[in-house]
Design a protein around this ligand. Structure first.
Ligand code: AMP
Ligand code: MG
Length: 492
């Protein structure tokens, strides 16, 4: 039996300037190291058939499934603020699209499957470490309830890729509601191809923002929609301590999913200036800068749409600015509502914002672990006798005591019981995040000992981030000083 992919490709039907047709480069000895069975089922794929030598060949790009129409998508982008008119899929190939069991169109893309016309000097390949990292973090984000691309499979190619040293090569099968980025719009806008921008915008409206098609001014509605989803996404990142690391415009998805897991990381102790990425020397993409950068990226998106917003440029700019001005309120509303939920408030009152801010400030001053502070606060909400676990996360525990007194005064004014409050908090404050030192340990075991058991175990734990899982309590712990990972690297 061969694996059947129920492809219904739409991007490959767009004009030829949108992509390059290209087939994946076969590899020597593909070996499937991970298949996401629940995701396969959702995509209408048979996991048993995929979990076979033939499945491994497909997921490594050695064998093309029937109905695939493989393309590398064209895009441009601002990288660290500098515009590059042509980037494109240099190490990724879109096999095609399927409609999943929820009726949502999903891209199935191989990442690391060989060179494309957009590869420039790159080899089009991916190393095992970054593939495992992306698999872990993207699936953890999904389990946390944050919009994200997903990982369907990871395959070892049996070939090495040359980086600073030879590394085992791998291919990740990435699933996304689409791979259209701000940079995709920039590609056409930079060429003065307004018809290209319009075709892309129409495709995006039909695919991701169907309600915009009903609006009086669909392209205005599209800009509003993209801004709303990005504002919500970045608020969610901040609420779990996620740092994307490379928020270039080509890594900003139009559908509002987190995309391109490179040097991303979750912070341990709370520090708004946290940067992990080795290439982010100026801290442009630091934790607390992410909302500002999202707005900067959205402004680049709005610039691409100008010719569609109004005939006169000045008029179009004024309208774009008005819509962009909505970002800040959308972000703040989502972020503040999320913070209120994290400290167990059911209502919104004057004074809530400074209350949470004072907690965050105390956490920053006392190197308190971001995730554990909120997780242990769940227990403290039930009973002040549980304060100890929170207190000891603060270098000076009395910083917490002063805050906790104010917090209890505030929550006492709400009718909900302590049980209700604790249950609500447990649903938004995870116990388990993909901590850097854990990811590094998994990669080390896989690369040096061909041992994937730690990878499997970490994935299992991260699939239920809001449950206690006492057997895996260690995974909730921050790194010991000697386990701390201070820098993360791009996959390239
Ligand atoms: P990224 O850093 O993943 O956002 O990639 C930025 C650009 O570099 C994209 O156009 C990628 O396709 C390209 N790129 C990254 N790694 C490679 C590689 N190993 N071979 C070819 N192109 C690459
Ligand atoms: Mg990218």
């Amino acid at each position: 039996m061969t694996v059947h992919f129920p492809f219904q490709n739409s991007y490959a039907a767009l004009p030829a300037s949108f992509f390059a047709r290209v087939t994946p480069t076969p590899v020597i000895a593909p070996r499937l190291i991970k298949l996401n069975r629940p995701l396969a089922l959702r995509l209408g794929l048979d996991p048993d058939l995929l979990d076979s030598p033939e499945g491994a060949e497909i997921l490594a790009g050695k064998l093309l499934p029937e109905g695939a129409d493989p393309i590398a998508m064209a895009y441009a982008g601002h990288q660290f603020g500098h515009f590059v008119p042509q980037l494109g899929d240099g190490r990724a190939i879109l096999l095609g699209e399927v409609i999943d069991t929820d009726g949502v169109r999903r891209d199935i893309q191989l990442k690391g499957s060989g060179p494309t016309p957009f590869s420039r000097r790159g080899d089009g390949r991916a190393a095992l470490g970054p593939v495992l990292r992306e698999y872990i973090v993207s699936e953890a984000m999904a389990a946390l309830g944050i919009p994200t691309t997903r990982s369907l499979a990871a395959v070892i190619t049996g070939e090495s890729v040359m980086r600073e040293t030879p590394l085992p090569g791998a291919v990740l099968t990435r699933v996304a509601s689409s791979h259209i980025r701000v940079g995709t719009f920039q590609y056409f806008a930079a060429r003065g191809d307004t018809e290209g921008v319009r075709r892309l915008a129409d495709h995006v409206i039909a695919r991701h923002y169907p309600q915009a098609a009903q609006a009086d001014r669909p392209y205005h509605a599209l800009l509003e929609g993209v801004i709303a989803r990005q504002a919500d996404l970045v608020a969610r990142w901040l609420l779990v301590g996620f740092i994307h690391g490379v928020m270039n415009t080509d890594n900003t998805s139009i559908s509002g999913e987190t995309i391109d897991y490179g040097p991303c990381a979750f912070m341990d102790h709370y520090d708004p200036a946290t940067v992990f990425s080795s290439i982010d020397e100026s801290g442009r993409y630091a934790y607390a800068n992410q909302p500002r950068i999202a707005l900067w990226n959205l402004t680049r998106f709005a610039e691409c749409l100008l010719p569609l917003l109004a005939d006169e440029q000045e008029h179009a700019i004024a309208e774009a600015q008005e819509i962009l001005a909505g970002f800040s309120e959308k972000f703040t509303t989502a972020y503040q509502a999320g913070l209120r939920r994290k400290i167990g408030l059911f209502t919104s009152r004057d004074g809530d914002e400074p209350l949470v801010q004072d907690l965050l400030d105390a956490m920053a001053q006392n190197q308190a672990d971001f995730t554990l502070t909120f997780r242990h606060l769940n227990e403290a909400a039930l009973d002040p006798a549980n304060d100890t676990a929170v207190r000891q996360l603060f270098a000076d525990p009395t910083a917490y005591d002063a805050w906790a007194a104010r917090w209890r005064e505030r929550t006492a004014g709400e009718p909900q019981s302590a049980d209700e409050r604790q249950a609500a908090m447990r649903a938004v404050n995870p116990a388990f995040i993909p901590r850097n030192h854990r990811i590094e340990a998994v990669i080390e075991a896989a690369m040096n000992r061909d041992d994937f058991a730690p990878f499997e175990e970490l994935l299992t734990v991260l699939s239920k981030p809001y449950e206690d899982q006492p057997d895996f309590a260690d995974y909730a712990q921050p790194p010991q000083p000697d386990q701390r990972v201070l820098q993360t690297f791009c996959g390239t």
